[in-house]
Design a protein around this ligand. Structure first.
Ligand code: DAH
Length: 345
């Protein structure tokens, strides 16, 4: 029977061996693993030998054994990071100079896609993106846009008021940016704002209390309705294809005069009749008009010298039409199955 000292010596030898074991590729790493950590590793016999060790030395021996085992495990873990085998053929090493494998980084949200598309289209004709506050005062959201208190047009834009300060609201549209920009800068102004808007709406498949809009406006000397029409035609054709036609239907907004609703020819059925256009051949996409002189005056812009047009449109509506989304709630539910469908865009 081997002496206890022999066991200790053996362990010491193995420890040195582990330290010196050369590992410079996956094969050597595997040899190391089999020898010290595999099912028939050489430490096993030494573990069994604990039976033979005198009781007073058992503790020290056990400790030493565990130390050596630990040493092997640590070395293996360290080297494994460097030399890992390709699982399929078990032989290839990873070439760490190659570019990293593409990670799944998700997809852009459909509202972001629409937003970026609009910015691209409109910046080509000189529109500049500006920011605007979502928490807005009554004047910028309503009054200066010719919607004084008690104006019936406010009914359609009920919103969320801030409790400590009832004069502050969550903006109901991006039109507040018209006022914000015009009161701080003189024309020529060619500006767009894209952002979140709020209304006190019951949430359904077709309406939400949080949505997004784009606001567009152009103020300069001699801006006419013809400029508005041509700009909208350009926008519609860039968005839906060059065969797209537009139609302006008379409408009413307190801050524009005259006002119109913008329809585009149905880009799904091209007039043949479908569900999207409700068999009319036309799809409504936004509101527009010539900025009311009163609004210019409210911002200290001389309406005798300058004229301008404005246009506003919902981004959800645009995305719904473009990507055939059937429920507006999907935009804010963060359901990965919905978002994944936009990966390729
Ligand atoms: N602000 C309007 C709304 O949210 C949309 C709108 C209509 C914007 C006409 C405009 C405009 O700039 O000229 O209902």
């Amino acid at each position: 029977m081997p002496e206890v000292q022999d066991h200790f010596d053996n362990l010491e030898k193995i420890s040195l061996e582990i330290a010196d074991f050369p590992i410079s590729n996956a094969d050597e790493l595997e040899k190391f693993r089999i020898r010290y950590l595999g099912t028939k590793n050489i430490l096993k016999d030494l573990f069994s030998a604990i039976r033979d060790v005198a009781p007073e030395s058992k503790k020290a021996y056990g400790q030493k054994l565990n130390e050596v085992k630990q040493q092997a495990e640590t070395k293996f873990a360290e080297q494994q990071v460097l030399f890992t085998t390709d699982k399929k053929d078990g032989s290839k090493e990873i070439d760490r100079t190659l570019p990293v494998a593409p990670k799944n980084i998700g997809a852009r949200h459909p509202i972001t896609l629409i937003r970026e598309e609009l910015i691209g289209i409109l910046s080509k004709i000189g529109y500049m993106v500006v920011d605007g506050p979502e928490i807005e005062d009554d004047r910028h959201n309503f009054t200066a846009l010719a919607m004084p208190e008690d104006h019936p047009a406010r009914d359609m834009q009920d919103t969320f008021y801030i409790q400590q300060d009832p004069a502050m609201v969550l903006r109901t549209h991006t039109s507040n940016v018209q006022i914000r920009v015009m009161e701080s800068q003189q024309p020529p102004l060619r500006v767009m704002n894209l952002g979140r808007t709020y209304r006190n709406e019951t949430i359904t498949a077709r309406a939400h209390c949080i949505f997004h809009q784009i606001e567009l406006f152009y103020v300069d000397e001699g801006v006419t309705f013809a400029d508005l029409k041509q700009t909208l035609l350009y926008l519609a054709q860039e968005l839906f294809g060059e065969k797209t036609e537009i139609r302006l239907r008379p409408s009413y907004f307190p801050f524009t005069e005259p006002s119109a609703e913008l329809d585009v020819s149905c880009f799904i059925c091209y007039g043949a009749g479908c569900n999207i256009c409700k068999h009319t051949g036309w799809v409504e996409i936004g509101g527009c008009g010539m900025i009311d002189p009163v609004v210019l005056e409210n911002c200290n812009i001389d309406p005798e010298k300058y004229t301008g047009f404005a246009f506003g449109m919902g981004l959800e509506r645009m995305a719904i039409l473009k990507y055939r989304i059937n429920d507006i709630r999907l935009f804010s539910e963060n359901d990965i199955r919905f978002l994944k469908q936009f990966e390729h865009l």
